[in-house]
Ligand binder design. Structure first.
Ligand SMILES: Cc1ncc(COP(=O)(O)O)c(C=O)c1O
Length: 408
């Protein structure tokens, strides 16, 4: 039974769609550097510019606002560091970087790095027990320090617990003080209505491999008037913000994947929400000591869902997430703990800690993320194996917890 893998880790990466594989392979067959002036170069340039136009149109942006990158991590780094340096150059007082405490490491780490190496001052914006930004506290922060703030970065939706953030409120609070706002929309695109223009964001990160495209291509959408100091210097491609030969085939594959994801978005989101609800209800009913983390599905925050439709996240009392992951893997189920390992020692997720989850409880975290290829049979298989796996992990977890505590 276990030779069929049940893939419940779409938030880590989603299968490349067959249509995209075909389009990508076809594009890879053409030679040409988009910066070359000869016919082959001009053909590659056309492919890039068409992809740029499509990406822009699908995300409510202008083509000139699309800066192609190698993916989400690069786009996040470019936003945090590049905007900080540009704002600081305008006014040396602009030293503060305000980011939510539940950001992906691709935002958090560059911000901390800037604090350590580039004279930035960090401000971590708190969240509530569901991982939702504390808007009142963010407003207070900006009212007190807006004139010294270089940028604000708050993700569109969280990759671990799926919480959708109140971006309208963040943008309004920051813009009152003329502070630009960046948002990492990596997990939102393809399942939520992401419109860069309508969002009034100043910059936004997207990546192809979470929506059926290849790994290694993405974009930072950035308003033309927003200053960004480049992190890479060289051929001056991408408005001089991101030097390096543009990946024409990757850009094409990205545009094709995004087109399909956006076209099918509403249907996919509705289907995934139903599957996710079955998964959540099943886990809570069958596994003692399971706690859902993040917003309760189906309870809207204002007019929209407060949680990504394909996300389910739990902590299991008395378990180590790593043991659960390993046992699930042996049973042919791919999931994620959502948190990183440092020097071989599992660390409690910074997201759960920011939500106020006890550090020991946070160690029993497991995320299941659904995507376009997910089916009822995947959820059924998970629900069949999980109760036994949790009780085995619990036996192992209880004996190893004191040792880990002593180590950390
Ligand atoms: C919210 C978020 N931001 C950024 C990234 C990094 O994107 P990439 O893998 O394209 O560098 C990820 C993927 O893990 C993510 O989930």
């Amino acid at each position: 039974v276990t030779d069929e893998v049940v893939y419940l880790d779409h938030a880590a990466t989603s299968p490349v769609r067959p249509e995209v594989v075909e389009a990508y392979a076809e594009a890879l067959g053409h030679t040409g550097n988009a910066s070359s002036l000869h016919a082959a170069g001009r053909a590659a340039r056309r492919v890039v510019e068409e992809a740029r136009e499509q990406v822009a149109e699908l995300l409510g942006a202008r083509p000139s606002e699309v800066v192609l990158t190698s993916g989400g991590t690069e786009a996040d780094n470019l936003a945090v560091k590049g905007i900080f340096w540009a704002r600081r150059a305008q006014d040396p007082e602009h030293r503060r970087i305000a980011v939510s405490s539940v950001e992906h490491h691709a935002v958090l780490d560059p911000a901390f790095w800037m604090a350590e190496h580039a004279g930035a001052e960090m401000s971590l914006l708190g969240v509530d027990g569901d991982g939702r930004l504390d808007v009142a506290a963010a407003r207070e922060e900006l009212d007190a320090h807006g004139s010294r703030t270089a940028l604000v970065s708050v993700m569109w939706a969280n990759n671990e617990v799926g919480t959708v953030q109140p971006l309208d409120d963040v943008v309004a609070a920051a813009h009152r003080h003329w502070v630009p706002v960046h948002s990492d929309a990596v997990q939102a695109v393809g399942v939520l209505d992401v419109d860069f223009g309508a969002s009034r964001l100043d910059a936004m990160t997207v990546t192809a491999h979470k929506l059926g495209g290849p790994v290694g291509v993405g974009a930072l959408l950035a308003r033309r008037e927003l200053g960004i100091v480049p992190l890479t210097h060289g051929g001056g491609q991408e408005r001089g913000i991101r030097s390096g030969t543009v990946d024409a085939a990757g850009a094409h594959a990205f545009a094709v994947a995004l087109g399909l994801a956006v076209q099918e978005r509403e249907e996919t989101a509705a289907r995934l929400a139903v599957l996710r609800d079955t998964l959540v209800a099943g886990v809570l009913a069958r596994v003692p000591g399971a706690h859902l983390r993040g917003p309760v599905p189906g309870i809207p925050e204002s007019a929209r869902e407060a949680r990504l439709p394909g996300n389910a996240h739990f902590t299991f009392e008395g378990c180590e997430g790593d043991s659960l992951l390993f046992l699930l893997d042996s049973a042919g189920v791919c999931a994620s703990t959502g948190s990183a390992c440092q020097a071989g020692v599992p660390q409690p997720s910074h997201v759960l800690v920011a939500m106020g989850v006890d550090e020991v409880d946070a160690r029993g975290a497991l995320r299941f993320s659904l995507g376009p290829t997910s089916q009822e049979a995947d959820v059924a298989r998970l629900l069949q194996v999980l109760p036994g796996i949790v009780s085995r992990a619990r036996d192992a977890g209880l004996s190893s917890t004191p040792a880990r505590r002593a180590a950390g």
